[in-house]
Design a protein around this ligand. Structure first.
Ligand SMILES: NC(=O)c1ccc[n+]([C@@H]2O[C@H](COP(=O)([O-])OP(=O)(O)OC[C@H]3O[C@@H](n4cnc5c(N)ncnc54)[C@H](OP(=O)(O)O)[C@@H]3O)[C@@H](O)[C@H]2O)c1
Length: 290
């Protein structure tokens, strides 16, 4: 049985499964033809069925995704929701981080986020400067925990060295097919150093979605009476310190994805999938760690 909440030794805890929001309301910029209603409804439906964790970012749909999240959470108890957002890589100077956080809180309609992540690396700004701003936001209580995303082990170690408080998480591309987290040593580093690894894009197209699903996934889904997506999510959640954030706007998918947090396959099948899943990639095909 997978644990619906994952905890670190230093006290940080977060729900094992969350709702992603990439492509809600647009991609890098807002889609003018999308008023956000469908996404708001999907997120509210998710919250009603038991999700307690939403992942967003200031970059998503040029800030509109955060507005969508703000509309969706408005009628729910804030203290029952774990909210993550991220500062974009063009806002990593000290004052920019502070301003970015203020903008995110405004769009989200809240006075704090549970986790604030540096979305992607930017070598033009010293990491030390960005970490100082992250620490300030945390000391002011507007962000409860801080973390990073798409960081390599080496850069994560530097972020830890600059930070006055623990880095709670690194959010990285990880699923049955994309194994950079394993091959780079990131997963092991997180497990041994008390960090959460948040797996983004857990349901990769051309692998766990679409027409090209491998036989091993279809066979296991049939054996357990689960969907291939549930197998893929449960496989992630069976691992120490791993949580994940699938995105869906389909109530049926939302329900099945949530159920993946309360079920697990045998250790033997877990290991077979780990080893035998075909066409594994040792580096992300979307955004390698840097
Ligand atoms: N930190 C980063 O750099 C970074 C990068 C990318 C993503 N992320 C975060 O990670 C989240 C997840 O990644 P993602 O959205 O790229 O990919 P994903 O969650 O792996 O896949 C989303 C796609 O899967 C479909 N889907 C979801 N559940 C399904 C199910 N049970 N059966 C069949 N199809 C299903 C969705 O369509 P339906 O709506 O039809 O269900 C959607 O098209 C993002 O939304 C975002 O919050 C972070």
């Amino acid at each position: 049985m997978n644990d619906p909440v994952k905890r670190l030794k230093h006290g940080f805890a977060m729900p094992a499964i969350g709702l992603g929001t990439w492509q809600m309301g647009g991609r890098e910029t807002r889609n003018p033809a999308d008023n956000g209603d469908r996404s708001v409804q999907a997120l509210m439906e998710g919250l009603r069925m038991g999700y307690t964790h939403i992942d967003t970012a200031e970059m998503y749909a040029g800030g509109f995704a955060e507005e969508i999240v703000g509309r969706a959470i408005a009628d729910f108890r804030r203290d029952r929701i774990f909210l993550t957002t991220k500062v974009w890589k063009t806002h990593l100077k000290y004052d920019e981080v502070l301003r970015a956080a203020e903008g995110s809180l405004k769009r989200l309609g809240t006075d704090y986020v549970d986790l604030y992540l540096i979305h992607q690396v930017n070598d033009e700004v010293p990491l030390e400067e960005t970490m100082r701003a992250m620490n300030r936001l945390q000391s002011e209580g507007v962000v409860r925990n801080i973390g990073v995303s798409n960081f390599s082990v080496e850069r994560l170690k530097r972020a830890q060295a600059y930070s006055e408080t623990p880095i709670a998480a690194n959010q990285v591309h990880y699923n049955l097919k994309v194994r950079e987290a394993e091959c780079s040593g990131m997963l092991e580093y997180c497990q041994e150093n008390d960090l959460m690894l948040i797996a983004w894009r857990p349901l990769q197209k051309g692998g766990m979605l679409g027409d090209e699903m491998p036989k091993i996934l279809l066979d296991l889904a049939a054996d357990y009476g689960k969907t291939p997506s549930e197998i893929a999510l449960s496989w992630l959640l069976m691992q120490k310190n791993v949580v994940t954030i699938p995105m869906s706007q389909n109530p049926r998918h939302l329900k099945r994805n949530l159920e993946a947090a309360s079920w697990s396959m045998s250790q033997e099948d877990f290991l077979r999938l780990k080893k035998e899943y075909p066409f594994q990639l040792s580096v992300s095909d979307a955004l390698p760690l840097a």
